[in-house]
Design a protein around this ligand. Structure first.
Ligand SMILES: [Zn+2]
Length: 250
């Protein structure tokens, strides 16, 4: 597995202890499924920013070795959901105000291109798929205490749009940005709680269907602007450190 190294490339390879070698015969969940599970818990707000992700605790929760846990955490670090601080441990990222603004400006750039591509190539089946997604958003909205699920579905609409636009790399980049947006929303959400809305997604799709590219792009930009405006980026929340096992049980 990749290791954090500060030695020059020409230096001898660091000694790898037996505990660092991933045992491919080890039973239990795969590295990927652990990473997906923890990522979902972070994005769905079950594990707050700043939480220390203890390797031993995760190992106990999933019934796997620390080596496997470490490999899963490495995958999450690539998606900027967690950060490993040398000699301290791995924590759920706490994006700064500056980072938050940058995530939204990056989303505006990328999503403008996604919308242009989507309007140019979308077929009736694509619209139907996205409408299906909106129906899921609506049914999630009906249930009580489903804020996290709702948030995830609303973010997923943007990813689904990128997929329908048929650009794999932009979809990958947007998937990371949407996950980071969710973390940001968790840290900086203001009381009025105005997020992505299903009504706005529906209105956006209608504009796309009319084929008016510039109006569709402008509509998406307004939507993202409102999302960013709903966050209180003037204030930094105190960090909360919850025990991972408790957080996963919430
Ligand atoms: Zn939205």
């Amino acid at each position: 597995m990749p290791r954090k190294r500060s030695t020059p490339v020409s230096a001898p390879a660091p000694q790898v202890g037996p505990e660092d070698v991933l045992d491919t015969t080890e039973r239990g969940p795969t590295v990927e499924s652990i990473a997906q599970d923890v990522a979902a818990a972070i994005v769905e707000k079950r594990i707050p920013p700043g939480t220390w992700l203890r390797e031993e605790a995760l190992g106990r929760v999933y019934g796997v070795s620390r080596t496997k846990v470490r490999a899963a955490l490495l995958m999450l670090a690539k998606d900027k959901l967690v950060e490993t601080i040398p000699d301290k441990g791995t924590y759920v990222c706490q994006p700064s105000v500056e980072e938050a603004r940058e995530v939204f400006s990056a989303r505006r750039l990328i999503e403008a291109e996604i919308v242009r591509r989507f309007v140019a190539r979308a077929r009736p089946a694509d619209f139907e798929q996205l409408r299906q997604h909106i129906r899921m958003e609506r049914s999630a909205l009906k249930g009580p205490a489903l804020g996290a699920v709702r948030e995830k579905l609303l973010g997923d609409f943007h990813v689904a749009l990128a997929e329908a636009a048929g650009h794999r790399i932009l979809t990958e980049i947007l998937t990371e940005l949407v996950a980071r947006s969710s973390l940001i929303a968790m840290l900086y959400q203001s009381s009025n709680d105005a997020h992505c809305s299903t009504d706005e997604h529906e209105q956006f799709l209608r504009i796309c269907e009319s084929g008016n590219v510039s109006l569709a792009v402008a509509n998406m930009m307004d939507h993202l602007q409102r999302l960013e405006a709903s966050l209180d980026l003037g204030q930094v929340r105190a960090s909360r450190q919850l025990d991972l096992v408790n957080a996963l049980m919430m």
